[in-house]
Design a protein around this ligand. Structure first.
Ligand SMILES: *[C@@H]1O[C@H](CO)[C@@H](O)[C@H](O)[C@H]1NC(C)=O
Ligand SMILES: *[C@@H]1O[C@H](CO)[C@@H](O)[C@H](O)[C@H]1NC(C)=O
Ligand SMILES: *[C@@H]1O[C@H](CO)[C@@H](O)[C@H](O)[C@H]1NC(C)=O
Ligand SMILES: *[C@@H]1O[C@H](CO)[C@@H](O)[C@H](O)[C@H]1NC(C)=O
Ligand SMILES: *[C@@H]1O[C@H](CO)[C@@H](O)[C@H](O)[C@H]1NC(C)=O
Ligand SMILES: *[C@@H]1O[C@H](CO)[C@@H](O)[C@H](O)[C@H]1NC(C)=O
Ligand SMILES: *[C@@H]1O[C@H](CO)[C@@H](O)[C@H](O)[C@H]1NC(C)=O
Ligand SMILES: *[C@@H]1O[C@H](CO)[C@@H](O)[C@H](O)[C@H]1NC(C)=O
Ligand SMILES: *[C@@H]1O[C@H](CO)[C@@H](O)[C@H](O)[C@H]1NC(C)=O
Ligand SMILES: *[C@@H]1O[C@H](CO)[C@@H](O)[C@H](O)[C@H]1NC(C)=O
Ligand SMILES: *[C@@H]1O[C@H](CO)[C@@H](O)[C@H](O)[C@H]1NC(C)=O
Length: 830
């Protein structure tokens, strides 16, 4: 019943766009000596549904969600950012297709948020390897400072990292290392780097003087700027070294203290959508946003909220204001009528804060006194004085010109409490003393109208302050140098360590592989992981050499993975013969499969020969055995995550072998050691990807799709068909309902028609593998038993091939159930 609607919804996506054939395909990388002009005629633009617009320079053409980089603007478009935007689009060159009826763009990085440029601005990747952004008047707005480092080109990876790479494919400069206010899954934040929010959702300018999130040698710290900065959130972590960093993984914000130790969770993030990013918001909140493929953008968690709830944010009620439970804001009051020292900044907006009626002056301390607010707590995490009494605390504030309040806390003995003397007073919180078991008071410094002059000089205050500032600058400079040098040293050590790992598949030098492939001349394919080249080793054996993209860091884990992949031997798995890890290059050397990948053999119109039923059966059997081995017989279970015809290779005798196993893990490892982001190819993705409930059954699902394709001789998604038949699952479901399944079997193969009984049995296997509820799918060893005829396909299968939906609003439920299947052409042969 749902099926027809599901199909029509899906078609709508493709009708929105009309192809403009004159413009070039979208690309993910560019070469040096390229210049892009920010105008309508020289760049393709994408208009997003929220009114923002992107003039596209690069697009990451594989993976979901998609990343685009280019000139971005919103609304009137008088100013532009050079930015990376992520959204639920995908590229079907030369078109861009939204995945849902909204596209949810989000700027996750920008180069020039403090200096937007105008129409006619240029971005240039110079011959000397620098990325230069110039405004229309030719003034330089931003550069990557990568001059003279032999840059070969620029690329936007499928993880959303914009990088400048050199001839060795090393990332010399990358946007991941220059964060603005977001971290996306896998992105790291090192000591010395900060997240700084923008002013608002429409004003991109960085709020340099307000909030920041940083890694210090103690842990993760969120500051509100003042002099000195005040901590409003802190998670202490033991054993931090200068190399420690934080990474946003799927399940947590976690700390890597020291490679290769595991990621230590600092803040857990509730499981939700496959793709997520965190963003430091203009109000100091650190929010996690998640994207389901069809349900759009949602806030998943608010990470920094302390025990005081929403009031624990420094600007919950603005400056000098008091916040009660429900984020009700008020100004401090002396209690006596007619003597108010504070007034609201804007009476109609109490959360804008309060200001002093008479500002403090340092030469009038004799006119200063305090108003006491009982049971008022301040967010700050550190005390300026400990174990002091209340009078000492107040006196210290009076004596310190910059002090705005004496905040005093004690348990039962008021002569032994903690005293905080902030130089700027942000939001305070009214608390219930009996609940927090603490006596806490805020003594707020106020001043009567002054008249008497004072002899106190500014110099005595400023002198020491400037002195210590200079010292801090010198010290942090020294620390930075120390970090840089230490990093260099550590990298060298790692390089040595690498050469000594025993028990590995053959290690080739880069030169050897360059020679073997005749300088990477004969390309066999290209995909998300990298390009594959044909080569001949010195011993005359042919190999396929895969150059992996985007694996810059973490050599040790690369080697560990290579070792584990290399140790797997099975006749139905493509054997890894060796590897190369040189500088940033990561290459894998596989046995050569002379008949190429399965996709060249099964689709009508594209295939070299029509394979007969016995041959197809054998191929299916082979794939099943390869997968069963990965899932059940390996020392460590391996989930492939990207089963599709392009990853099934055929040798001379049409023995099928599964290739690229273990690679998803490798890529994920490289990013953060704990991440499982959404991987794979649209069209072959199991529905439970939406809930991140990933098991080996996702491979079983992809295997089911593959089975259908083999039996029907067509692609899962085929636009050359009439619209109602674009998606094979749609057709399959419809034919099952009408009991005309034989109609979809490969009509160009007489052999298939002749063997209709067996083919129909195989259809049942496919349906079983495609069950929406993954627990109802068979294991691969069960599939083998069925193929061998010792077991039967379960009866009572569910032929309603739509995805499960998380229960939310009915409105969204409809969108989700519509399940727009995607074309499988997104990621080519790997
Ligand atoms: C970059 O240069 C290489 C060869 O140097 C060429 O194959 C490729 O097409 C170029 N890419 C672009 C986007 O111009
Ligand atoms: C857009 O930029 C290109 C390249 O600089 C230039 O040739 C063209 O005239 C510009 N078009 C408009 C409408 O300004
Ligand atoms: C996007 O919007 C602009 C301004 O409204 C328009 O000039 C342009 O043609 C649109 N581009 C596309 C691809 O729809
Ligand atoms: C564009 O501006 C609108 C409001 O003017 C805002 O809702 C939307 O989030 C902005 N889009 C982006 C991508 O920043
Ligand atoms: C904080 O405020 C948000 C709305 O701004 C509200 O949804 C949430 O429930 C509040 N949290 C607490 C703990 O009061
Ligand atoms: C106070 O806030 C209101 C509502 O946002 C605004 O219209 C008004 O201009 C503000 N007044 C001042 C003095 O800023
Ligand atoms: C300030 O003014 C208040 C009320 O006007 C008065 O009670 C208080 O004594 C004055 N304090 C000083 C230090 O002058
Ligand atoms: C005072 O501060 C110390 C350390 O900052 C803390 O351990 C202690 O609990 C605080 N005491 C009170 C009464 O807040
Ligand atoms: C309170 O603390 C002070 C100093 O630590 C101590 O001298 C005094 O005896 C304490 N009073 C009580 C009632 O415990
Ligand atoms: C607050 O202090 C009083 C004495 O000044 C004491 O009796 C009371 O127990 C304290 N309250 C808490 C919650 O510690
Ligand atoms: C106190 O210093 C301020 C400047 O900081 C000055 O304007 C004011 O006149 C001084 N007041 C007296 C009483 O000297």
């Amino acid at each position: 019943m749902r099926a027809p609607w599901m199909c029509s919804f899906f078609f709508a996506f493709f009708l929105i766009f009309s192809s403009n054939a004159s413009q070039p395909d979208y690309v993910a990388s560019a070469n040096v000596s390229t210049i892009w002009t920010n105008n309508e005629s020289s760049l393709r633009s994408i208009n997003f549904t929220d009114g923002s617009r992107m003039r596209v320079i690069l697009i990451s053409t594989t993976g979901l969600p998609m990343f685009t980089c280019g000139f971005f603007c919103n609304g009137t478009c008088t100013s532009y950012l050079f930015a990376i935007v992520t959204n639920l689009f995908m590229v079907v060159n030369p078109q861009v297709v939204p995945l849902a009826n909204q596209d949810f763009p989000e700027v996750i990085w920008s180069a020039n948020r403090d200096h937007p440029v105008r129409d006619g601005a240029t971005l240039q990747l110079t011959a000397t390897g620098e990325l230069v952004l110039k405004d229309v008047d030719r003034s330089i707005v931003w550069t990557s400072n990568s001059n003279g480092q032999s840059i070969a080109g620029m690329t936007l990876t499928q993880d959303g990292n914009l990088g400048l790479f050199d001839v060795d494919n090393s990332m010399i400069w990358q946007s991941f290392e220059n964060p603005t206010d977001c971290l996306i899954t896998g992105q790291k934040l090192f000591q010395g780097q900060k997240l700084i929010p923008s002013v608002s959702s429409t004003d991109w300018t960085a709020q340099k003087d307000l909030f920041s999130l940083q890694i210090t040698n103690k842990g993760l710290v969120a500051y509100v700027e003042s002099n000195p900065p005040q901590v409003y959130f802190r998670k202490l972590v033991n054993g931090i070294t200068p190399k420690s960093y934080i990474v946003f993984s799927d399940r947590s914000l976690c700390f890597l203290i020291d490679r290769p130790s595991y990621c230590k969770s600092v803040i857990d993030v509730p499981p939700a959508f496959p793709f997520r990013y965190i963003k430091l918001m203009p109000d100091g909140h650190l929010k996690v946003f998640g994207w389901g493929t069809y349900n759009g953008k949602k806030m998943v968690a608010d990470l920094l909220t302390g025990p005081l709830g929403n009031c624990s944010y420094p600007l919950a009620c603005g400056r000098n204001a008091v916040c009660t439970d429900n984020q009700q804001c008020s100004c401090p009051s002396s209690g006596s009528p007619g003597a108010d020292y504070f007034k609201a900044v804007n009476d109609s907006q109490p959360n804008m804060g309060c200001s002093l009626v008479t500002p403090h002056t340092c030469n009038a301390t004799q006119h200063q006194h305090f108003i006491e607010l009982k049971n008022v707590k301040y967010f700050s995490y550190t005390a300026d004085m400990e174990y002091v009494d209340m009078e000492t605390c107040k006196q210290a504030c009076l004596e310190k010109c910059s002090c705005k309040a004496a905040l005093f806390e004690y348990c039962s003995n008021s002569s032994s409490g903690n005293c905080t003397l902030p130089s700027e007073l942000f939001t305070m919180t009214k608390v219930d003393a009996s609940k927090i078991h603490l006596n806490t008071s805020a003594f707020i410094k106020v001043q009567n109208v002054t008249s008497t002059p004072s002899s106190k000089s500014r110099a005595t205050i400023l002198g020491p302050a400037i002195g210590s500032f200079v010292i801090i600058v010198i010290m942090s400079g020294g620390l930075a140098m120390f970090i840089v040098q230490k990093k260099k040293r550590d990298d060298e050590i790692e390089e040595e360590y690498l050469d000594q790992v025993p028990g590995m598949p053959t290690r080739f030098s880069y030169k050897e592989l360059k020679t073997a492939t005749e300088n990477f001349n004969k390309k066999l394919g290209q995909g998300g992981f990298g390009s594959v080249f044909e080569g001949t080793l010195e011993d005359g054996s042919k190999v396929a050499v895969k150059c992996l993209h985007g694996l810059v860091h973490v050599k040790k884990s690369f080697l560990a993975e290579v070792e584990s992949i290399g140790s797997i031997h099975h006749v139905n798995l493509v054997q890894l013969r060796g590897f190369c890890a040189w500088k940033s290059q990561r290459l894998l050397v596989y046995e050569f499969m002379s008949n190429g990948s399965l996709d060249q053999w099964i689709y009508y119109g594209e295939r070299k020969h029509v394979l007969g039923w016995e041959c197809r059966k054998k191929i299916i059997f082979d794939i099943a055995k390869g997968l069963a081995y990965l899932h059940e017989d390996c020392r460590q279970k391996i989930i492939h995550l990207d089963i599709k015809p392009q990853n099934i290779l055929l040798d001379n005798d049409f023995n099928a072998k599964v290739s690229d196993f273990g690679l998803s893990k490798l890529i994920d490892r490289d990013q953060s050691q704990v991440i499982t982001t959404m991987r794979g190819t649209p069209g072959y993705l199991a529905p439970e990807w939406l809930s991140l409930n990933i098991s080996e059954k996702v491979d079983v699902y992809s295997f089911g799709i593959l089975l259908l394709e083999i039996l029907c001789g067509r692609k899962i998604f085929d636009r050359s068909q009439p619209q109602e038949s674009w998606h094979l699952l749609c057709v399959f479901q419809r034919c099952w309902e009408q009991e005309t399944l034989m109609n979809i079997v490969d009509e160009y193969s007489e052999d298939m028609q002749v063997n209709s009984t067996e083919v129909m049995e195989m259809m049942k296997v496919a349906s079983w593998c495609l069950q929406t509820d993954f627990t109802r799918r068979p294991s691969m060893s069960t599939v083998i038993k069925v193929l061998e005829g010792v077991m039967n396909v379960e009866s009572n299968l569910d032929y309603n091939f739509s995805y499960p939906r998380p229960q939310e609003t009915t409105n969204e439920l409809e969108i989700k159930s519509s399940n727009p299947m995607l074309p499988s052409i997104l990621s080519g042969p790997r």
